[in-house]
Write a protein that binds this ligand. Structure first.
Ligand code: IPM
Ligand code: MG
Length: 367
């Protein structure tokens, strides 16, 4: 049997440098755990635009459809700010999500004990935090039609459309309930049913799906209240399920609870392929961080944890995912810090590669 395949799309900014460290981890699994992957690499975002004039080449899109998992670094940067909307780096990412039909975006927000002091919230509010946001990723206002900027009378009008079908809501909800069954059996659904019809339908469909999961406690919140509750008492949540736009906003909010955006991974999953694995793309939640790109300062942990999610959700190696997560927890507990994790007490931050060295050493020690 051939090895499982991974397509690496490092992208822009700090994407390539954090991905270099992930490649070392992938190689480690091949050498030390007999878990070899067929890895290929291609361009996305601004890097693809520079080479091909489009943020995602059709050949790359076709490859992404064929592999077992895509690992993406980050897209975007100031160099591309003035490009036409249709070829902006972000369009490459959105095309991958849409054409691979990755409807369920899992964004865990976990607070590592060693980092509880880095949160902008009080330590006891966030210590031990472990929540999962399930964001619908292929519909809603991100993709709804009509959209555009049109002329009306003597002025222009910007239009986007929030649109959800019952089946789109249902499959996102189902993935949230399935996850909750493997966690603490609580789902909180967030929408704006008080002002949006799409929110009313969202609530109805989620409630209906919930009937199939009697063990799971389901609650509903208006998304604005949800944002407030996330900063007031985040540990009340287990799984949060929400639409594409609210999920974008609420997941950034949840991410910051944990102290550093440089720590958070994500998985975007679709329907099962012929081999039973879900269509999948894994990426850190952080962006391309152009201000520190190319300096070897970036924190590679979010991208490594994204590979851990790939081990768990695509390759059925939960125990190997836990090994990598454990190695990361260990180096943090031992005081390893990149620049984004430096407290007021100061010290010398590790470079991206030195953080990689520390994690590889911890992986060796786990054997
Ligand atoms: C995210 C990002 C993207 C989004 C951008 C880069 C298009 O903010 O993944 O959260 O808005 O979905
Ligand atoms: Mg976002």
């Amino acid at each position: 049997m051939s090895n499982p395949s991974i397509l690496i799309l490092p992208g822009d900014g700090i994407g390539p440098e954090v991905m270099d460290q992930v490649v070392r981890v992938i190689d480690w699994y091949g050498a030390k755990r007999d878990l070899a992957f067929d890895v290929s690499t291609d361009l996305v975002g601004g890097a693809a635009y520079d080479a091909h004039g489009v943020p995602l080449h059709d050949d790359t899109m076709a490859k992404a459809q064929e592999v077992d998992a895509v690992l993406l670094g980050a897209v975007g940067g100031p160099k591309y700010d003035d490009l036409d909307f249709s070829v902006k780096p972000e369009r490459g990412l959105l095309r991958l999500r849409k054409e691979m039909d990755l409807y369920s975006n899992l964004r865990p927000a976990q607070c590592f004990d060693a980092l509880a002091d880095f949160s902008s919230l009080k330590k006891d509010v966030v210590a031990g935090l472990d929540i999962m946001i399930v964001r619908e990723l292929t519909s809603g206002v991100y993709f709804g039609e009509p959209r555009g900027i049109i002329e009306e009378g003597n002025e222009r009008v910007g239009i986007n459309t929030q649109r959800y079908t019952e089946s789109e809501i249902e499959r996102a909800a189902r993935s949230a309930f399935e996850l909750a069954m493997r966690r603490n059996k609580k789902v909180c659904s967030m929408e704006k049913a008080n002002v949006m019809e799409s929110g009313i339908l969202w609530r109805e469909v989620v409630t209906k799906v919930g009937e199939d999961y009697p063990e799971v406690e389901l609650s509903h919140m208006y998304a604005d209240n949800g944002a407030m509750q996330l900063v007031r008492a985040p540990k009340q949540f287990d799984v949060i399920v929400t639409d594409n736009l609210f999920g974008d906003i609420l997941s950034d909010c949840a991410a910051m609870l944990t102290g550093s955006l440089g720590m958070l991974p994500s998985a975007s999953l679709g329907a099962p392929m012929a081999n039973g694995r879900p269509k999948a793309m894994y990426e850190p939640v952080h962006g391309s961080a152009p201000d520190i790109a190319g300096q070897g300062k970036a924190n590679p942990i979010a991208c490594m944890l994204s590979f851990a999610m790939a081990l768990r959700y695509s390759f059925d190696h939960g125990e190997e995912a836990a090994r990598l997560e454990g190695a990361i927890e260990k180096v943090l507990a031992d005081g390893a810090r990149t620049g984004d994790l430096m407290g007021p007490e100061g010290g010398t931050p590790l470079s991206t590669a030195e953080m990689g060295d520390a994690i590889l050493a911890a992986l060796d020690a786990s054997l």
